[in-house]
Design a protein around this ligand. Sequence first.
Ligand code: SF4
Length: 396
Amino acid sequence: MAVHRASAALDDRSLFAEYPFLPGADALLAGESVSVRSLLEEGAYESARALGRSRVRAAADDPRGSRDLDELARADPGVRFLSFLFARLVLSAAPTPTTLRRWAVAEAKRSYARLAAVPPEELIAVGRRLGFTLEEEGNGVAVPLVDYLHLATPIREAEFRLARQEVRSGRVRVGAVRAARLLQEAVRLRLTVPIPLSADVVESVRAREAELLDDVARRVPLPVARSPAAGGTIRPDRFPPCIRKMQRTLEHGENLSHSGRFCLASFLHRAGADEETIVDAYRGAPDFDESITRYQVEHITHRDAGRGYEPPECDTLRSHGLCVREGDPSAAVPADQRRDPLCFETFLRHPLQYYRLRGGVLVDRSEGSDEDGVTGRAAARGRSDAPGRSRSTDRQ
Ligand code: SF4
């Protein structure tokens, strides 16, 4: 449980040093004229660059932000701000967005560690500077409904669902720790957007920081596309639109909701993917953690003597905003952009049913089943055209 400090309100300089992503934080550089080129090249800023590289490497290793950076706590506020700026600049020029998104998660979690323990006035000051009109209300914080929905939607924890909130006069009242979690999301969203850089600046950053970018690319697990042979009978080209969209989301380093992650793992397991292949599917997630992912995948796939959880039905996916039957305009492949007629058939109730109707084969590796083959149960479900309807195992 977070213990709120009864500290005096921070002055602007201290506030910006703690929260360098806030608009106006460049006031920390009053009296200095720091250009992108000088930050990248001049000897005077080497300590800021070294600290910035540490921030980037720490995030690549652990996006949960649990790794403390002693040198960050000891640094002068101006150096801390410049190190933040440097890290953001370098990652905005990185060849893939995954490293920036992973760093955004780490920096947002670092902010949360502080925000969850500060007096409400500091929490509110940070929220307001980020553009959210938070107000103190009783022991908690009132958040405008529109802002709440914007910030809470990507959060996977069930207690953030609107149905569980106290809503009055267009405002959602939350405790201070929950408000801090919402602001964590605000910070993540803000930092996920790369700084717009001209082509020559991108080129210069990549050339000067090639060693750092190579090192980070090695540390950040990237999505691995395994050959179908590695997963036995898997036919990714026959996956339904919802599953393909979930895969794209993770491959682009974007966040996938808890329901989506559960659905993807349980679907891949039933489609015959081995555990390594399923874990690989999550490597692009901004908060990917190998040991946690393995634990969760094992939990999903080992259930029921290895049969695994049943993926959710189409109705459930629709209610979670995960059905993509109308097409995905952001997809690169034209086939993924179009609406899928099979998904509009009244008999279609389940993503596994879609997969089988398109020629995919369901696999059951539970004890007593034919190893890597279609079991009697799977085959029977195939004939009934109703996989997932035999019981509800959608634990979300
Ligand atoms: S209709 Fe079902 S299978 Fe098709 S995209 Fe929606 S949830 Fe997926």
